[in-house]
Design a protein around this ligand. Structure first.
Ligand code: UT7
Length: 326
């Protein structure tokens, strides 16, 4: 059994926040943000949560695939920002879509969440446990940002992307998810964190605390430009694939300069690396499926194209998936 991606969808809130808008609240400039990151604007939710964005991206992916809610067996959401500690975003999405036969749960791997979620769905489908699944990457990081911290607040945006995956007999097609590599390194956990909000505890005398995103930017940068190329090379070697066969590297959109460095290390031209960070910023688990949806909808993907999706993020986590477009 092979896992095919049979539909894509994405959603971002309407409200655009430009670099100039941020220069009005912290000491920064369009020049600093755009030259250091490639970001010009991002979409910020005005109260719409992760579940609502994820459900809309999923609805669009199902429409693209021509799949109804009764056909969905599995919903996996890669998110670090579920609206509630419980229930999961996936269960809430299930309720909104009316996918009554499905089972749903979230996966926490921050910006690598979509790749981890895809790997989970692919494993179930390959082994014949489920036939049709929704894999969603959705995040609402604007609610975790300290809007007075210029080193992080300029980087992030909100959004969601989704794919519908379906199991097909191997002999029916050469297309689908070929292989995924994922990894984590907990020794580096402290370089990118967001503490849970706590209410305090009367026994220990602890006070309520609010957690914000905290990041050692250069450490994350160094990790990304080393680990992502290594992971992609491992994926190519494990599948006997040459880089020349790859049409696109769909990379996590965290920083234009990170993508350029990855391209240099892999000795590929930026033509192979589509970007949309200028419009959305870093939407965490959503960046990869949102970009994949754009490529699909504007006709940049043709049958037989080989594409690598690759992400990295808090954990630290990383992952890359080789797919052949149907
Ligand atoms: O999804 C994964 C999550 N995160 C990432 O992938 C982020 C990875 N890291 C990065 O993308 C980059 O490290 C950043 C974009 C976060 C920062 O860029 P940098 O080139 O590493 O800058 P820096 O942290 O070394 O800061 C350079 C200067 C500092 O000033 P001084 O000490 O040189 O006077 C900062 O205080 O830029 C200052 N700075 C700013 N200035 C204007 C930091 N943020 C800002 C800002 N506007 N928004």
């Amino acid at each position: 059994m092979k896992t095919m991606i049979i539909g894509t969808g994405s959603y971002a809130p309407d409200r655009v926040v430009t670099n100039e808008d941020l220069a009005g609240i912290v000491e920064t400039s369009d020049e600093w943000i755009s030259t250091r990151t490639g970001i010009r604007e991002r979409r910020i939710s005005l109260g719409q949560g992760t579940t609502a964005m994820a459900a809309e991206a999923a609805r669009r992916a199902m429409e693209d695939a021509g799949v109804g809610p009764e056909e969905i067996d599995l919903i996996v959401v890669g998110t670090a920002t579920a609206d509630h500690c419980f229930p999961s975003a996936a269960c809430e999405v299930q309720g909104i879509l009316g996918a009554d036969r499905a089972v749903g749960y979230d996966i926490s791997a921050a910006c690598s969440g979509f790749i981890f979620a895809l790997n989970t769905a692919d494993s179930f489908i390959r082994s014949g446990v489920y036939r049709t699944g929704l894999v969603i990457g959705a995040d609402n990081l604007s609610k975790l940002v300290d809007w007075s911290d210029r080193s992080t607040c300029v980087l992030f945006g909100d959004g969601a992307g989704a794919v519908v995956v379906r199991g097909c007999e191997e002999q029916e097609t050469g297309s689908g998810v070929i292989r995924t590599e994922i990894g984590s390194d907990g020794r580096k956990a402290s370089v990118l964190t967001c503490r849970s909000r706590t209410m305090g505890n009367f026994l220990t005398g602890t006070k309520p605390e609010i957690g914000y995103i905290s990041m050692e930017g250069q450490e994350v940068f160094k990790f990304a430009v080393k680990k992502v190329p290594e992971c992609i090379e491992q994926l190519l070697s494990n599948t006997g694939t040459k880089m020349e066969e790859i049409k696109y590297l769909v990379l996590h959109q965290a920083n234009f300069r990170i993508c350029e460095s990855i391209a240099r290390r892999l000795k590929v031209s930026m033509d192979k690396i589509p970007m949309n960070i200028e419009c959305y910023g870093n939407t965490s688990g959503a960046t990869i499926p949102v970009l994949l949806d754009e490529l699909n909808r504007d006709g940049r993907l043709s049958s037989g194209d080989k594409v690598i999706l690759a992400g990295f993020g808090a954990g630290l986590t990383w992952g890359a998936s080789l797919i052949q477009w149907q």
